[in-house]
Design a protein around this ligand. Structure first.
Ligand code: ATP
Ligand code: MG
Length: 569
């Protein structure tokens, strides 16, 4: 295609609104424009990348035996009420009414709609397994839409739903999707990792997230350096301590710790490392109950694990007023000794400790030489802390390392949560009504494009992985000389005829402007056609990734590009 015939409004300056590099570069390269918070128009370049990702997804989903459908964006409230999610989903669910005052929502995901289809259309085990997918616009009224396509309110998602006769077959469907996702992200040319993920309270039984590795990612993952285990930090388990301390128990003693409220303050005042202190976090559950969680001073709470332990839909650190009424002291002095009428649970690391420091439930006071069982009791020692780099792997494969990632895909074994709620049954081999066992599988298409940029860019612009590039070759004539024009035109047609995606910068612009735009837009190959080179019988092939340039005879361009696009041929 020709630049003069495409809307590619590149920007020289960084747009102020963009905080992350992918958002900045998508705006600067003229790929997207904002219409409202979290709502974007895809311009031709942006849409080409989206379509390339969709194409790869379609091929792999079809290959894995899934079939494409297209569900409506608008869904009736009744379906969402059947599963309870009309209430549960909260404000992220965008609700609206039609002219008859009937309630609808814009689909943020489609379990309800697809389960409704299943219960109407599928009768027998003979029709299973069934896996339907769509590539469609989703709407989630995200509280903080940000980072361009990374966290939009309106965004394109591939979502798939599998139905099986039992758990074992559902796991097979899950495994197929897991493998398809591996192939999809590999084909996209991305560096990624599949990690074990939290399944939530009423969620399913198995879940993996696919993370594109990038320092700017919002998610933290932990992985074994030498083994296969990798997990979202929310999920990563910490193995129990090897042995208890064998220090003799010392007598407990209350001491004054004026103004020492934080772990750092107390440790500095008492000249002890934080590993000698146990902090007491007071959490308020959604039910209103307050509970105490004990953690070693240098450890961080993992609220997902705490929620799971208490079976709580939600929890938050208790507010200062509640802390005062429960512990008789302002925030910073709570401790387990003498704390009455509330549940106390300790992280397993506390089990290994002796003679530690805790808050005394009194302003400006702590206990030293505290010991569990002798001075207070806990209902259990469990894994409640956030795993971190350097921790031993829960699977025994050495130490864990931390990395940042962007969640681009998610596979989830749902079990019968939705089929039970919506009575989606089939007749099994014995003629009995049985609930379908489901899985759901999402890929953020726009987020994948953004993640590709986060992973592949430099100071000048985007460096597209070949499979996602809006154009493979950017053809850049540097003058209007007749020989330049003629060679460019010939190359343009030859590349097009060979099936190469080529963008010809046919604008009447200075060479410098064209070069800057080409580096910004990020096609992997640039062909620079200049007067001087043509005198020697060559054009320049510049690699966007390395900036290296080499001369080529115009007649060799097509074969060289084709070879590099698919080196195996
Ligand atoms: P997140 O934790 O980032 O909000 P999620 O767990 O809500 O993601 P899923 O419901 O599993 O996401 O959706 C499937 C996929 O859709 C995600 O893996 C992600 O790639 C994409 N996605 C989710 N929310 C957004 C959004 N607001 N903007 C763009 N893509 C999104
Ligand atoms: Mg979300």
């Amino acid at each position: 295609m020709r630049t003069s015939q495409l809307l590619i409004p590149t920007l020289r300056e960084d747009p102020g609104e963009a905080e992350v590099v992918s958002h900045r570069l998508m705006l600067r390269a003229g790929m997207i424009r904002k219409v409202a918070a979290g709502i974007y128009t895809y311009l031709p370049l942006g849409l080409r990348v989206i379509r390339k990702i969709e194409h790869i997804i379609r091929e792999e989903m079809n290959r894995a035996g899934a079939q494409e459908v297209l569900l409506p964006i608008l869904a009736p409230a009744e379906l969402w009420k059947e599963t309870g999610r009309w209430e549960y989903y909260g404000k992220e669910l965008f609700r609206c009414h039609d002219r008859h005052e009937r309630a609808f929502c814009l689909g943020p995901t489609h379990e309800e709609v697809i389960t409704d289809l299943f219960r109407r259309e599928v009768r027998s085990y003979r029709q299973l397994p069934l896996n339907c997918y769509q590539i469609q616009t989703k709407f989630r009224d995200e509280i903080r839409p940000r980072f361009g396509l990374m966290r939009g309110r309106e965004f394109i998602m591939k979502d798939a739903y599998s139905f099986d006769v039992d758990e074992e077959h559902a796991k097979r469907s899950y495994q197929k999707m897991y493998e398809a996702y591996h192939t999809i992200f590999t084909r996209c040319g991305l560096r990624f990792r599949a990690v074990e993920a939290d399944t939530g309270l009423i969620g399913g039984t198995m879940s993996h997230e696919f993370m594109v590795l990038a320092d700017t990612g919002e998610e933290t993952i932990l992985y074994e350096e030498t083994g296969p285990y990798a997990a979202n930090v929310e999920q990563a388990a910490v193995p129990p301590p090897h042995a208890c301390s064998d220090e003799p128990l010392q007598p407990i003693e209350k001491i004054s710790t004026p103004q020492a409220k934080t772990v750092e303050d107390v440790c500095a005042y008492l000249k002890i490392p934080p590993t000698r202190l146990v902090k007491t976090l007071l959490y308020q559950l959604k039910t209103g109950d307050v509970v105490a969680v004990l953690l070693r001073g240098d450890h961080e709470a993992n609220e997902i694990k705490i929620k799971r332990y208490f079976g709580a839909a939600d929890l938050a650190l208790a507010d200062p007023k509640t802390v005062q009424s429960v512990s008789n002291a302002p925030v910073g002095f709570a401790g387990p000794v003498g704390l009455r009428n509330i549940r106390i649970v300790a992280d397993q690391a506390v089990y290994a400790m002796r003679n530690f420091v805790v808050g005394a439930n009194e302003t400006d006071a702590h206990f030293i030489n505290t010991n569990w069982d002798r001075d207070f009791t806990v209902e259990a020692f469990v894994d409640l802390r956030r795993a971190k780099s350097g921790d031993p792997s829960p699977r025994g494969g050495g130490r864990l390392r931390e990395a940042k990632g962007i969640e681009v895909g998610h596979v989830f074994l749902l079990g019968t949560k939705y089929s039970q709620a919506m009575k989606a049954t089939f007749l099994d081999q014995a003629g009995q009504e049985s609930f379908a066992v489901m899985g759901c599988y999402g890929i953020g298409v726009g987020r994948t494009a953004a993640a590709a940029i986060e992973q592949n860019h430099d100071g000048k612009g985007i460096i597209w992985p070949v499979p996602l590039a809006p154009f493979h070759v950017h053809l850049l004539p540097v003058s209007r000389a007749e020989a330049v024009e003629r060679t460019t035109r010939k190359l343009y047609h030859a590349l097009q005829d060979a099936g190469v995606d080529v963008l010809w910068d046919d604008r009447d612009e200075r060479a410098g402007v064209k070069f800057n735009d080409a580096d910004l837009i990020g096609a992997p190959f640039q062909i620079i056609v200049g007067d001087k080179g043509l005198v020697k019988g060559t054009v320049d092939l510049k690699y966007r990734q390395t900036g290296q340039t080499r001369g080529l005879a115009p007649n060799d361009v097509v074969s060289s590009i084709l070879h590099q696009l698919s080196p195996s041929q």
